[in-house]
Design a protein around this ligand. Structure first.
Ligand code: SF4
Length: 399
C-alpha cells in the first residue's frame, strides 16, 4: 500500500484521511521525508528557500480566554499585565524598518479593555506614518473577540479592520481544529473549529490572504491531527486564500497543562505528512523558533520551503520555555548550508531580494527582545480615550 500511495502522490493524486493516518503510522521517517521533499521540489523547482524580516509584536498579554496550554497571558488586573502604547509600537516599527523589515505580526490577548476603535486608531496611525509597511494582524480568535465585544458580525469587523489598514491575518489560535480537543484545551470558548474557519473564509472573501497553523502534541489523537489538516485543505479548495501552513509542537513549560514536548522526529514526520496532505498549499514554514535551528534546518529536507520570520521579537513561545533565536545572518547560513538559495519575501511570498545584510549594514540581533519588563503596568496615555469594560481596567484609567 505504501508504494501505491507513493505512486498516486507522485502522479499528483490526493490522499484521504485514512491513507494519511496509515502513512503516519507505517511509513518510515526517511520515506516520508524523501516524498515530502520531492513534492516540495516540484512546487519550488528553483531551490529557493524564503524568509521574511518582520517583527512579532504582542500588543497586550491581558487575556480572558485562559487557554490551558498558554504561558503568555495574564488575567485581567494581574500585576504583570500590559498594553503597549502607540509610541512604543511606532518605535518597534522604526527598529524593524532599520533591520530591513516589512511588516508587523501583531497578536495579543483578548483584553476586554481594548475596544475595536483602539485597533482601528492604531492601524490608521501606523499606516499614516508608514504607508508601505504591512500589518499582518489579529488571529481569528482575536477577530471573534472583537466581534463579540462590539456586537458586530465578523464580516463587518473584518471590513472595518481592512478599512483601517489591516493587510493580512495570521493563522494563530487554530491549535487543533477539532472541538473535542478545543474543549480539553479550554480554547473552545474563544473559537470553535467552525468559528475559526469561518473567520478565515470571510477574510479570504474580503480579499485578504492568511496563513494557517497547527499546534500539536497536547491531547489530540493522530486522527484528530489529520482531521485538522483535512479541514484546512477543504477551505483552501473553497477559497485559495491561505498562503502558508505552519506547524509547531506544544511548548509545555510554565503552562497550566504542563506535560512533555513532542520529539524532533515527531515534528519532522508531522511536517512531512502535512506536505503530502496539504497538496493545495504552496508554502510550508519550518518552525525553528520552537524546534531550534538544527531541526529547523532539517525541516528543509522534510517538505518546508520557508524559514518563516527572522523574528526580531517573540514573546509567546518564549514564555513557554522556547528561546531559540536566529537573526538574518544565521537563517541564511542554515539555508545555504542545506543547499538552498536564500531570498527575502513578503507575506504574499513575492521575492523581495537578496539577504539584506549583503546589501547594506544591518545590526546583528541575537537577543530576543520582549515587550515589557515584568511588572511594568504603566498605562499608555491614549488608553484614556477608550472606555474600559473590566473593573480593573476602569480603576487603572482613573488613577
Ligand atoms: S493562547 Fe491567546 S487566547 Fe489563549 S490564553 Fe494565550 S493569549 Fe489568551
Amino acid at each position: 500500500m505504501i508504494e501505491a500511495l507513493e505512486r498516486r502522490i507522485l502522479d499528483g493524486g490526493r490522499i484521504s484521511a485514512d491513507e494519511a493516518l496509515f502513512l503516519y503510522h507505517k511509513a518510515p521517517t526517511y520515506w516520508l521525508g524523501r516524498l515530502a521533499d520531492t513534492v516540495r521540489a516540484r512546487k519550488h523547482p528553483d531551490g529557493v528557500v524564503t524568509y521574511i524580516i518582520d517583527r512579532n509584536v504582542n500588543y497586550t498579554n491581558v487575556c480572558v480566554a485562559r487557554c490551558n496550554f498558554c504561558a503568555f497571558y495574564r488575567p485581567v488586573g494581574h500585576a504583570e499585565g500590559y498594553v503597549l502604547g502607540f509610541d512604543e509600537i511606532f518605535r518597534k516599527v522604526d527598529e524593524t524598518i532599520a533591520l530591513g523589515g516589512v511588516q508587523l505580526l501583531m497578536q495579543g490577548g483578548h483584553n476586554p479593555d481594548l475596544p475595536l476603535q483602539w485597533y482601528e486608531d492604531l492601524f490608521r496611525a501606523v499606516k499614516q506614518r508608514y504607508p508601505a509597511f504591512k500589518l499582518h494582524a489579529l488571529s481569528p480568535p482575536e477577530v471573534i473577540h472583537l466581534s463579540r465585544m462590539s456586537r458586530l458580525p465578523v464580516p463587518e469587523v473584518v471590513a472595518r479592520l481592512i478599512a483601517a489598514g489591516l493587510d493580512s491575518i495570521p493563522g494563530g489560535g487554530a491549535e487543533i481544529l477539532v472541538d473535542r480537543v478545543r474543549k480539553l484545551l479550554n480554547c473552545y470558548g474563544k473559537a470553535s473549529a467552525d468559528e475559526w474557519l469561518d473567520v478565515m473564509r470571510h477574510a479570504h472573501r474580503a480579499g485578504l490572504r492568511t496563513t494557517a497553523t497547527m499546534m500539536y502534541g497536547t491531547v489530540e489523537t493522530d486522527q484528530e491531527r489529520i482531521e485538522h489538516m483535512m479541514r484546512l485543505r477543504e477551505l483552501q479548495d473553497e477559497t485559495g486564500g491561505f498562503t502558508a501552513f505552519i506547524t509547531w509542537s506544544y511548548q509545555p513549560e510554565h503552562t497550566e497543562r504542563g506535560g512533555r514536548e513532542a520529539t524532533g522526529v515527531e515534528y519532522l514526520r508531522t511536517l512531512a505528512l502535512a506536505r503530502l496532505v496539504l497538496d493545495n498549499f504552496d508554502n510550508l514554514q519550518a518552525s525553528w523558533v520552537t524546534q531550534g535551528g538544527k531541526v529547523g534546518q532539517l525541516s528543509l529536507a522534510f517538505g518546508a520551503n520557508d524559514m518563516g520570520s527572522v523574528m526580531i521579537e517573540e514573546n509567546v513561545v518564549r514564555a513557554a520555555g522556547a528561546s531559540y533565536c536566529m537573526d538574518e545572518v544565521e537563517i541564511v547560513r542554515n539555508v545555504e548550508d542545506a543547499g538552498f538559495v536564500a531570498k527575502r519575501r513578503n507575506m504574499h511570498y513575492d521575492i523581495l531580494g537578496e539577504p539584506m545584510f549583503r546589501l547594506r549594514d544591518v545590526p546583528r540581533m541575537l537577543e530576543l527582545a520582549t515587550s515589557r519588563e515584568d511588572g511594568d503596568t504603566s498605562v499608555p496615555v491614549e488608553l484614556l480615550n477608550y472606555p474600559a469594560r473590566s473593573a480593573a481596567g476602569k480603576r487603572l484609567r482613573t488613577k
